[in-house]
Design a protein around this ligand. Sequence first.
Ligand code: AHG
Ligand code: MN
Ligand code: MN
Length: 338
Amino acid sequence: MDVNRVVTLDQFIVERQSHFPYGKGDLTRLLSDIAVAGKIVNREINQAGLVDILGEAGELNVQGESVKKLDLYANEQFIAAFKAGGEISGVVSEEDEFLTPLNTGLSKDGQYVITMDPLDGSSNIDVNVSVGTIFSIYRRVTKHGDVQLEDFLQKGTEQVAAGYLIYGSSTMLVYTTGRGVNGFTLDPTLGEFCLSHPEMKYPEDGTTYSINEGNYSHFPNGVKKYIKYCQERDPATNRPYGSRYIGSLVADFHRNMINGGIYIYPNTETNPNGKLRLLYECNPLAFIAEQAGGVATDGKNRIMEIEPTKIHMRVPYFAGSKNMIKVAHDFMEEFPEE
Ligand code: AHG
Ligand code: MN
Ligand code: MN
């Protein structure tokens, strides 16, 4: 890459357009819409600390508008962007119990559907810790009229694009259309996402494990044994590994993809199917992980091959460096539940 040339997201997309599986610029516009909504959400998140000055949720802000919880605000911003763009015919969002058909009655039906977690890690907003937005894009299966459940209950292998925004010490947009993963950092002075992490690669090994260890006594046997393995001293394999857990999936995932590591949210007694959602947390990040050379499973099977049965279904989640996942799988197999 020419270090002196700043490549904005829009320029990058236009240059790469011929690689998109369905061409014609639809996906180009769609990713631009996501970037614009992301900038608006980012602006709001940056002001979250001013909530005492600007008003609490349910109150009126200084402009006399009612103040929304940020996850609802983000949900509305993204849906508004998709409505205006016209490429999306329906949305499944963590914030909405049912699917939302869009642009009904237009002569041209949008050819894509989207699943999203508009604000991931929202409990971290109050303490100024990184949060994110996660999304997956699919071709719709039904051809006309309102979108149906079957448009969303597609396996992760059918994704045509997926990505996330991370609102952190910098704001980034990371996405894939199935030809590698590229990351863009928002330059606040330009107001543009600029290519900063071309062709991101998930290191094959790592020395970080990320899991909510407070749930330890409720973990499956294999996970317990794997954690103990991570904590043992063995200089040849750089153990003990470091433990890092932010509690924002996007942030934990992003760190592990850059530095190498493993993220696990297993099934527990309170969450017998795990906590994370297949359609808008696990699948999009699985697509990104695989495109960067990493792996994502439920502890045994590839996440992207799981057949979804409900839009909000949960699955146990293991995402990480190839060799770390392999060892974790070995433990899962060797120490099954009694
Ligand atoms: P969300 O804020 O979208 O509801 O997601 C929270 C998720 C995920 O971001 C995070 O990794 C996980 O919940 C944390 O759960 P625990 O607090 O149980 O560790
Ligand atoms: Mn989430
Ligand atoms: Mn959320």
